[in-house]
Design a binder for this molecule. Structure first.
Ligand SMILES: Cc1cc2nc3c(=O)[nH]c(=O)nc-3n(C[C@H](O)[C@H](O)[C@H](O)COP(=O)(O)OP(=O)(O)OC[C@H]3O[C@@H](n4cnc5c(N)ncnc54)[C@H](O)[C@@H]3O)c2cc1C
Length: 323
């Protein structure tokens, strides 16, 4: 999902980064299609966050109000407007409607980026990096089954980033498990993306993807009966037509969580040539393209797309980790 407006409850530098990131996909999708012939499945057809009680409605209305004051495109739909647009949803008190939000097909995005990287001369090596290699205060490469020399190394190993040896200090990134369910799409229900508190359902052309959980379960990417039941309950709360439907597929993934929920994007002051692009938590798909752009700009010592990177600067954690 590309949902900075849906996820944010206040104006923060991360919100600004999320909006830039979302809008970058508008340029990237046609560029990748032209370069590789692959479609990343970008759809910016809007997301609705539904309110089922007065407290939900109040907090979403407050969100609509501050986002509008900041000039963002967002609306409040009352219960009748929601029922008219999406009659198959459960009756609700209204919804925050963000028409510029949407989704991308994450697997198609990875395939297109890989194809484009290869086209531009990148060599893809399947190996597991065990450690970062250094000489004095400079990176010299990485060690896996083989030794790979490099003047710059970008640590982008997701939830596993802290397991690589040779880092100057412990990495404040931990796995946060998220479970998902896929169901067949009920007859007569159109495409759309709907959030409720702590859950969402994405109605695609032939399926519904519903999620998710946020669990600290170590590196175990297993689904659980409790997690799947919770997701199915939430999906049914959104759309009663989903009641009793057997999942077509269930799966879980590990998000790379950071202590403040924001990613670590930037250089390592204690080791020249080491860069971090990790800790993206719930927003690693949204922020994937912009992270790539910023890392390239940092490595090439160019001005960055977003001038103030303090919200994502890894150094914000070094004070308490390194003393
Ligand atoms: C259920 C679920 C739903 C989500 N929904 C959304 C969403 O709607 N929108 C959104 O923006 N984000 C979403 N996310 C979050 C998003 O998927 C992550 O933030 C993102 O995948 C992180 O990207 P990454 O490249 O840092 O890590 P990953 O995608 O985890 O990739 C890291 C890669 O590094 C490899 N690796 C690890 N260690 C090594 C090593 N030592 N050597 C070599 N390779 C290594 C791994 O095998 C893996 O391929 C969701 C996550 C989950 C689990």
């Amino acid at each position: 999902m590309l949902a900075p407006q849906i996820e944010a409850s206040e104006e923060t530098p991360l919100f600004e980064l999320g909006l830039l990131a979302r809008d970058l996909y508008r340029e990237l999708a046609p560029e990748l299609r032209e370069a590789t012939g692959l479609d990343i499945g970008l759809r910016q057809e809007g997301i609705a966050h539904l309110a089922f009680d007065e407290a939900d409605a109040e907090s979403l209305l407050a969100r609509v109000s501050w986002q509008r004051q900041q000039g963002h495109v967002v609306d409040w739909l009352d219960d009748e407007e929601v029922a008219t647009r999406w009659p198959w949803l459960r009756d609700c008190r209204g919804a925050l409607w963000a028409p510029e939000e949407g989704a991308v097909d994450a697997q198609a995005l990875v395939a297109a980026c890989l194809a484009d990287a290869r086209r531009l001369g990148a060599v893809v090596v399947a190996d597991e990096v065990r450690s970062i290699e250094r000489r004095g205060g400079r990176v010299t490469g990485v060690l896996g089954r083989e030794r790979y020399a490099a003047p710059d190394v970008v640590l982008a190993a997701g939830a596993w980033s802290g397991l690589v040896d040779g880092l100057p200090a412990p990495m404040p990134v931990a796995p946060i498990r998220g479970q998902m369910v896929e169901l067949a799409r009920p007859e007569g229900v159109a495409r759309g993306i709907f959030y409720v508190k702590h859950a969402y359902a994405l109605f695609r052309d032939d399926s519904v993807a519903a999620g998710s959980t946020m669990e600290y379960a170590g590196f175990d990417p297993a689904t659980t009966e409790e997690g799947i039941t919770r997701i199915l309950d939430a999906a049914t709360r959104i759309c009663p037509l989903l009641r009793g439907r057997a999942p077509r597929r269930t799966w879980a993934g590990l998000r790379p969580g950071s202590p403040d929920g924001a990613p670590l994007i930037g250089g390592e002051p204690a080791l020249d040539g080491l860069w971090y692009a990790t800790g993206h938590g719930r927003n690693g798909i949204l922020l994937a393209a912009i992270t790539g752009v910023i890392i390239r700009q940092l490595v090439q010592r160019e001005p960055t797309l977003l001038e103030d990177l303090s919200a994502v600067d890894p150094a914000r954690f070094w004070g308490w980790i390194r003393g």
